[in-house]
Design a protein around this ligand. Sequence first.
Ligand SMILES: Nc1nc2c(ncn2[C@@H]2O[C@H](COP(=O)(O)OP(=O)(O)OP(=O)(O)O)[C@@H](O)[C@H]2O)c(=O)[nH]1
Ligand SMILES: [Mg+2]
Length: 326
Amino acid sequence: MLIDDITITIKGGDGGNGAVSFMRNAKTAKGGPDGGNGGNGGNIFFQGSTDIFDLGEFRYKKKIAAENGVSGRKQNLYGRNGKNIVVRVPVGTRITEISGKTYEITDTATQVALALGGKGGRGNNEFKSATNQAPMQAEDGTLGEEKVVHLELRLIAEVGFIGFPNAGKSSLLKALTRAHPKIGNYPFTTLEPNLGVLPAGLGGDGIVLGDIPGLMEGASKGRGLGIKFLKHVEKTELLVHCIDSTMEDVVKAYKTVRTEFEKYNKILIAKPEIILLTKTDLVDVNGLEKNINKLKKFEKPVLTISIYSKKSIDDFKKFLRAKLKK
Ligand SMILES: Nc1nc2c(ncn2[C@@H]2O[C@H](COP(=O)(O)OP(=O)(O)OP(=O)(O)O)[C@@H](O)[C@H]2O)c(=O)[nH]1
Ligand SMILES: [Mg+2]
């Protein structure tokens, strides 16, 4: 299931305390102050990842705290800084603080600082002056920031797989990415959208693919799983309309889904779309050719694929990369 909404607490590490100490050794009975400074507390950053697909791990990790800074010690020893924590979240995560301030995680390179660690306190050595050679004073470290943040994964698939139930949408996502959606030989196997990332041919960020639950006639009136999932494809750059090539009437299948689209939002109708005939291993070449020709009248590119043909999968990857220029 796609966990797309969770609240967690994050806390930067506390700063270490400064030390009060005076130099003592065989030569110096009454040395000057040598209390070292405390280390800073660790910060908490958030960074996008395309290898994580949901916020599921935070179900068990509701509080994330960075390490505290270590207190200063005698002989002017500084305390070590607490280690920073980089929390990985899927690209497409929106983080909202209680104050209402929001951050969008849109790439894999940027680190967003969310909870800063406290500052280490100064040791007494830093307080010595001409008039005070033996300060008894040192600072305590300050506390790290603590925040409650709401994480929300907003599915921002660049390519959306849509179509009838059982058309092979999830199988396709599995064949193209490292995602592991549930696949079944029955309608409505997918109950929530799944995301996967097709690595970009040139390196860098991959292409986010979204597999949307199947649509049926009357979905806009609530039949099947309804059409609310279409909100997840509103922002896509390309729709891949999957049609099972073993279907009796592929033209009707196409039109049915488009009609439901239109009822949801006319914007979807205008979106770039390609038609993808799936499961081509199950049909003969002539039948396939006929279906391709019938679908050509919609004046969209008509492609074919079988998850059992590596070549067709590779060709489709190339097509997507070229289309999205990645
Ligand atoms: N022979 C063959 N079977 C396929 C192919 N692609 C998918 N299937 C099978 O078709 C069935 C449906 O596949 P899914 O990927 O679950 O279909 P879906 O479109 O995600 O279905 P919903 O989630 O119900 O909307 C499964 O039994 C798959 O194994 C293919 O290329 N060839
Ligand atoms: Mg599915």
